[in-house]
Design a binder for this molecule. Structure first.
Ligand code: FA5
Length: 341
């Protein structure tokens, strides 16, 4: 091979060995095969200086070198592309045997869980579940329940009025009236739902909370039925070790009336901040349905008698889950709520 061509070839082989990526390969191609300033083009230009007999041989050799350089650059290009592709595959490899990240799923609110449990217990005792309006007229929330016009509970300092004639219900007892207007005794119903009062929030009070109303009207229903039903309910709900007590009380719509308490879930009766030192927490009110209430819904009090109760669901949730402040139930702090999943 011509001396200068073999020098170009040597130089090319050295440069080619060092070409590691697409950029260096592109400069390599330029350096040797570039039309204007490439080394092979430069060699071709020397052809005119040669004698006639050398020209043909030199031409053949330069074309052969050009073909060799082109083939080698092509081979290097393929090798670099294959290396790049392999690197990309290695980088993006997915290990299908790795455990997946499970999707977070929601769950029911503790109040809903407790309400469902209460419903299950009473349904197992033969009660049906009723619903009632949260916005109510004074007739259903007060008058039909024998609550006189002068009663302090009707005051706007205790009740949230929506207008002159409508208020947010202060108790689920309104459902007693709706139910007895719709259905005639014998009847056994419970009515869980939201109620509203202008109460100052503290660990056992909220301005919005949940109650469950109970109503059992039939012939010869007595106070013993009421006591037996609620004692059985508390036992099924919380277990036999919780103590309950019935305290004489007053509600305009029941006579006689009794307050139902359970032993404090925080101090177990010794007295603490939650039970305000008494050792007991009020679960709800109860009593025998007042004859005036039965008469208002055209049920004969001589023939039928009944008991009713209204229990605080928030306080039952606190007892069940060991929550020492019912306000936590409405703060919507997911760190708190996640515990009940
Ligand atoms: C009543 O609301 C009566 N309607 C209950 C009743 C029904 C008596 C049928 C007789 C016959 P009381 O105001 O005591 O009663 O409320 C019942 C229960 O609701 C309380 O014992 C308590 O557990 C719960 N409760 C009352 N106020 C609040 C409050 N602000 N926050 C959370 N729970 C409360």
């Amino acid at each position: 091979m011509n001396q200068s061509l073999s020098e170009v070839r040597e130089q090319f082989l050295g440069d080619a060995a060092a070409a590691a990526n697409a950029d260096t390969l592109a400069s390599l191609k330029d350096k040797y095969l570039g039309r204007k300033s490439g080394l092979i083009a430069a060699a071709k230009k020397t052809i005119g200086k040669l004698g006639a007999e050398e020209r043909a041989e030199f031409g053949r050799q330069v074309n052969e070198l050009a073909a060799e350089v082109e083939a080698e650059i092509g081979r290097l290009g393929e090798a670099i592309a294959a290396r790049n592709e392999q690197a990309a595959l290695d980088r993006e490899r997915v290990d299908v045997t790795l455990p997946g990240t499970g999707a977070a799923s929601g769950h029911l609110h503790p109040i809903t869980l407790v309400r469902q449990r209460i419903e299950d217990i009473f349904v197992s005792m033969g009660y049906s579940v009723e619903d009632g309006p949260e916005i109510e007229t004074p007739f259903y929330n007060f008058d039909a329940l024998n609550i006189p016009a002068s009663h302090p509970a009707r005051d706007s300092a205790d009740t949230f009025y929506v207008s002159e004639t409508l208020a947010l219900r202060t108790q689920t007892s309104n459902v007693q009236i709706h139910t007895m207007q719709r259905r005639k005794p014998p009847l056994r119903v419970i009515a869980p739902g939201r109620v509203f009062r202008r109460d100052t929030p503290d660990p056992t009070h909220n301005p919005m909370f949940f109650q469950v109303e109970g109503l059992n009207v039939d012939r010869r229903i007595t106070m013993a039925d009421l006591k037996g039903t609620l004692t059985k309910f508390v036992e099924m709900m919380f277990g036999a070790n919780l103590r309950t007590r019935f305290r004489p009380s007053y509600f305009p719509f029941t006579e006689p009336s009794a307050e139902v308490d359970f032993s404090c879930y925080v101090c177990d009766g010794s007295g603490c901040r939650v039970c305000k030192g008494t050792g007991w927490i009020e679960l709800g009110g109860s009593g025998m349905v007042h004859p005036n209430v039965l008469e208002t819904v055209s049920v004969d009090p001589e023939e039928f008698s009944g008991f009713a109760f209204g229990l605080g669901i928030d306080r039952m949730a606190a007892l069940m889950y060991g929550i020492d402040d019912i306000r936590l139930l409405y703060e919507n702090d997911v760190r708190f709520l996640e515990q009940f999943a």
